[in-house]
Design a protein around this ligand. Sequence first.
Ligand code: NAP
Length: 266
Amino acid sequence: MDVYGIIGNPVEHSLSPPMHEAAFRERGIDAKYVTFEADPDRIEEAFRGAEALGIDGLTVTLPFKHDAFEFAEPDEQIRRVGAVNTIDFTESGPVGYNTDMTGTLRAFEHHDVALEGARTVVVGAGGAARALAFGFEDAGADVQIANRTASKAHDLADEVPGATGHELEDLPDLMADADVVANATSVGLESDESVAPADAWHGDLVAFDAVYKPLETRFLKDAAAAGAQTIDGAWMLLFQGVDAFETWTGEDAPVETMNEALRSHL
Ligand code: NAP
């Protein structure tokens, strides 16, 4: 039997186990997906232990994505993101991926939203914002970054080729000229707040929210009310899992099955 899992702290409410278990069942793969709540002071040991035990792959969640980046050899594309959320334990050693980034791009593709040449605004400058900003740039989009702490937006923009950093107060002006606006802040998480003013939305925008609790955030509700297309945060969660599954197993992921399993637990 193959063994996969998610490592984080906390992890008990993770939605990855039902999503991956459903995928393994659907594909007839004899595998188990386990949750590992690691001690932050012993994370390096935990990664080495997983490798020594012959665990096949790990999803890595907060607060260990940077530790995973240092432990696993990151693939070329995500070296600059500085975070790893998926480890594949291969015969030649652990390889790190950032499927938050690649999965988000697949979520846009799934919704027929072309990013090449699109004018995108990433709101936030933390871990999720890094994945989105590098991903959008990779996909050929123009990237504007706005953040409450403007200096962090400028610092991130300095790393992403062609990107520009802004303060949050500039968001309405940026939205007026944009095609895609992505919330990568924690605003809206288990609250009815939005980082974007309701009257800044217009019907030519696509709204993406990384937050998935609730699924219909204030950010997405305001966007939909103005006629904008919306993509909720569960799509990012889904496709990071889809990419991880395909990396680990080499098989096409059963996307519908994984989506149903995920949404039935939200
Ligand atoms: P993080 O690294 O802690 O970054 C948090 C960001 O939110 C920072 O830019 C911070 O701005 C901003 N922020 C926090 N409170 C704010 C406020 N009251 N007003 C304006 N901005 C505020 O967190 P993260 O890991 O990037 O995660 C961000 C969100 O994405 C979380 O809700 C997380 O659940 C979600 N996420 C979803 C997925 C998925 O698969 N769907 C994956 C990863 C993350 P400052 O720099 O000014 O503090």
